[in-house]
Design a protein around this ligand. Structure first.
Ligand code: NAD
Ligand code: UPG
Length: 341
């Protein structure tokens, strides 16, 4: 069993990976500044460091404090639309913060590092499905910032021998089937939780961004992967980082249009989703669908949740059980579409 440090472990994907690590019998500590995460649902036995990755000294103290078997790095700003509005924020913060962490890891002899990369590296210009060998062409500063971090990891390996796995996830979706965690961003900007909230009457309705993309119904296509399947990939990657670094595309291999997501939510909830057309969101790639053949072959990874309705059903169950998200005190705000970024 190992002891792992998880940055961004109070966030949506991070919390699910923390739970999976604990279930596998590992010890876990979380480093998070709580800017976009939730302290409340981190299990009590998990050591917690409230630190901003921009705090180079504080980050190094945490990395040096214990003999970590590995570091999993989720903490980041991660919204495509926001990054188009404030590109330098993303380029600076994601890159510099990760540099602080990676430098500390190298200095203190961390041997295994798993990094949350993204499908946004590809910009949607390739013919789907997109393999991990496809040319990199980020369509947003967010995607570019993640590519910059992948390059830092290349040099951390070449010069210092720190091996890493960069997992390029497509769209994370769903919630812990045991109901311990789910998606709760403020404001929420992601399609699936906003569509569910629209169906449940928790927001004023969904705006669908763009109807003129070169796809089967004119709306963008995404590949939705369940957070627990992402979590199992992280555990496998951590076990297998030995003697070389890897980069894997991680998705289900099936693309769904935004309108198909609405239809799925309607099937699962049995309710109509109120929605209307809105202007395209700057920076959105047309189609992102993964070819994950390499992680399947090399690590034996296999997603458990392959049907969109099944993925959405876990998210709906969590949302119905937690209408106020993680905070029992939080007032329900109509943030769905009025404040999208
Ligand atoms: N959600 C997706 O669909 C998706 C897809 C591909 C890649 N990713 C990547 O996965 C990771 C997790 O995504 P998520 O959806 O869980 O995001 P999230 O916003 O829910 O979680 C990010 C966490 O990082 C923390 N954080 C942010 N900046 C920090 C800083 N400077 N110092 C310390 N902590 C900080 C936040 O408080 C939050 O808890 C991100 O790196 C994201 O880019 C997400
Ligand atoms: O109110 C909304 C919100 C979203 N969308 C559309 O829904 C699709 C999916 O958008 P969203 O759920 O915001 O996810 P992405 O922008 O695809 O980005 C997610 O997936 C990427 C990987 O593909 C990750 O890197 C990002 O961190 C993560 O936010 C896009 O076409 C959006 O334009 C709408 O039409 N209306």
């Amino acid at each position: 069993m190992g002891k792992y440090l998880v940055t961004g472990g109070a966030g949506y994907v991070g919390i699910h990976v923390v739970l999976a690590l604990l279930e596998a019998g590992h010890e876990v500590a979380v480093l998070d500044n709580l800017s976009r995460g939730h302290r409340k649902y981190i299990p009590k036995l998990v050591e917690f460091f409230k630190i901003d990755l921009a705090d180079k000294v504080g980050v190094e103290q945490v990395v040096a404090s214990q003999p970590w078997d590995g570091v999993l790095h989720f903490a980041a700003l991660s919204l495509v639309g926001e990054s188009m509005r404030d590109p330098f924020l993303y380029l600076r913060q994601n890159y510099m913060n990760s540099l602080n962490l990676i430098e500390a890891c190298v200095k203190h002899g961390i041997k295994r590092f798993v990094f949350s990369s993204t499908a946004a590296l590809f910009g949607g210009v390739q013919t789907p499905p997109i393999a991990d060998t496809a040319p990199i062409d980020p369509g947003s500063p967010y995607g570019e910032s993640k590519f910059m971090i992948e390059r830092v990891l290349v040099w951390a390996e070449r010069v210092y021998g720190m091996y890493s796995a960069s997992l390029r996830y497509f769209n994370a979706a769903g919630a812990d089937p045991k109901g311990r965690a789910g998606e709760d961003h403020t404001p929420e900007t992601h399609l699936i939780p906003l569509t569910i909230d629209a169906a449940l009457g928790y927001n004023s309705g969904l705006k669908v961004f763009g109807n003129n993309y070169p796809t089967r119904d004119g709306t963008c296509v995404r590949d939705y992967i369940h957070v627990n399947d992402l979590a199992s990939a992280h555990l496998l990657a951590m076990e297998h980082i030995k003697g070389r670094s890897v980069r894997y595309n991680l998705g289900n291999g099936q693309g769904f249009t935004n309108l198909e997501v609405i239809q799925s939510v309607e099937r699962v909830t049995g309710k109509k989703v109120p929605w209307e057309w809105a202007a395209p969101r700057f920076g959105d790639p047309d189609v992102l669908v993964a070819d994950s053949a390499r992680i399947r072959q090399e690590l034996g990874w296999k997603p458990e949740y392959t049907v969109l309705d099944q993925i959405i059903e876990t998210a709906v169950r969590w949302r119905v059980a937690h209408p106020n998200g993680y905070s029992s005190l939080k007032q329900k705000l109509l943030v769905g579409n009025s404040k999208h970024i």
